[in-house]
Ligand binder design. Sequence first.
Ligand code: ME8
Length: 664
Amino acid sequence: MENSEKTFYITTPIYYPSGNMHIGHTYCTVAADTMARFKKQTGYDVYFLTGMDEHGQKIERKAAEMGVTPQKLVDDIAVATESLWKMMNIEYDDFIRTTQPRHEKIVQKIFRKFYEQGDIYKSEYEGMYCTPCEAFWTPTQLKDGNCPDCGRPVEPAREESYFFRMSKYQDWLIDYIESHPDFIQPPSRANEMLNNFLKPGLQDLCVSRTSFKWGVPVDFDENHVVYVWIDALSNYITALGYDSDDDALFRRYWPADVHLVGKEIVRFHTIYWPIMLHALGLPLPKQIFGHGWLLFGNDKMSKSKGNVVYPAPIVERYGADALRYYLMREMPFGSDGNYTNEAMLTRMNSDLANDLGNLVSRTVAMIEKYFDGVIPAPDAPTGFEDELKARCEALPALVEKYMNELQFSLALGEIWKLVGDCNRYIDLTRPWILGKSPEEQPRLKTVLYYLAECVRVIAVAIAPTMPATPGRIFRQLGVEDPAMMTWQSIQSFGHLPAGLKVQKGEALFPRIDVQKELAALSGGADEKPAEKTAQKKKDVGMNKEKAPRADKEESRHISYDDFCKVKLVTARVIACERVENSDKLLKETVELKKGDIRTVVSGIAKYYSPEDMVGKTVVLVENLAPRKMRGVVSEGMLLCASDPDGKLSLVTVEDLADGGWEIS
Ligand code: ME8
């Protein structure tokens, strides 16, 4: 193998042909694309493979129903699938189709090799078969008589078949998995494979079919076609030209760095595939990562269950980057996550429109207003700037660590912490006040330079997940030099040259009217009109009239992430006075950590005198946007309980004299 350290080969599963792929399908491909782009950004020579798994009884039947040839059916779907990936801005290096001669020829060679070396023998199969999953089951493996994976009915199958001696490799595989803890991720999936499948004993696998024709023919026994999973799994090496006249890609990229797969097909990838490779004398992929499912109404989003959401209407309305961000941010990659339109729209509003969008537009607008649109050179930094700079410089290593663990959500979380820091920095430094006094000009220059540089850092860091957004940010910042857009350029702070001319553009992510958009999306899908009525009946929570209670329940709750955004800290009241011309308001001076003094205005003058307040340790919402009340800027809010008559009682912390303790 010539595989050097700096190559990175990543794959998605090859998808069964479906004219209507839903956002559950796009999930894995977006993840693979994000990872591929990240690896490229960090200097790897990347190969990213996806494609279609076009053989099998399911396709043969579907084509017959439609009155077309299976080839015509898959050709049409391949065009639709590639255009879906284009819409999602997926940049793969190859799109393999298992009906391509380059693939079929090698699958035949592989099958023959297994036969010639005695891994495959001919016998008769009798058992149950799930056509939608293309999987064989023994009667004891069935769940309530149905397929244990998808719950659909199975059918009896009895036919002459070739079998693969899986049992021969069982002990070797157990040993391999146990001695390579990174091979199957997350680790819970490795335990499941060991305990549920490998340790109880592997049965020999039926690897050919005679009852239908739509498959790769076994070239030494014409009645047989190769079992779809043997055919499909081989794609990861046939696409690289394994055992062909030109195997340069195979020599360069194999073994794969990671196969991303949904959790229900981990079994095929971590048992059959390693055994096939081992039998061929090839090294195993370094990792198989089994990601979770996008659920809808607590059930796997899947066309057969009728609870699907399609990507096209979402991309048309909010852009591919917004959907990609949501998919990568919302749930940890190994876990399942429930999808709702409301959660998606709320996140788009809070993270994209408010946090990121506002940061960029405020920064550019202030540079335009105070410095005629020219990014100023910074003056002397203070502690605030040192902290921001340290945050920026720590970011690449944190992002890299989480990305290498395929923890997209945590990597994005780190980037958004910096976005939050920048917004807080604006609130604390108040450039609009600095802009009023000429003697504060040097300070204002520093603040706006630091903001512009942070925005550049953020634009670079989001590029793998949101490939179209950085260009829009760079245009607003006036950044044209490609050297300012690289991963290398954010390893240390301050590369943005002063003197660039900013240019205000359209809002990156316009704020969404959630109720209006929920109504607009409640058709839910780009399904064909004929399917729409039947579909609507089944769609859980998509149809507002159908599920008013559920909708109400949902809007009552905030997500855990939203809750985490509220920073509550203890604060000691060190001074307090009444606000002039107000009988309701008190102005408190509070101390958080030593020296961190804030002014807070509270509507509690009817219940507390200034003397009552001094010395209390209260609870402050630390990151509430500053607000002016009766001419005084309040930097936070004190928590109070309100009785049924509206009388307010301060929430205080006993036994704790200090301020600045975080409350969680
Ligand atoms: O399994 N959430 O193809 P496929 C997350 N051809 N992922 C989902 C999902 C959801 N709701 N629904 C589907 C096959 N997927 C085989 C693969 S590889 C050699 C052969 C994921 O089109 C699913 O988990 O049924 C799987 O990883 C991928 O989509 C393709 O599913």
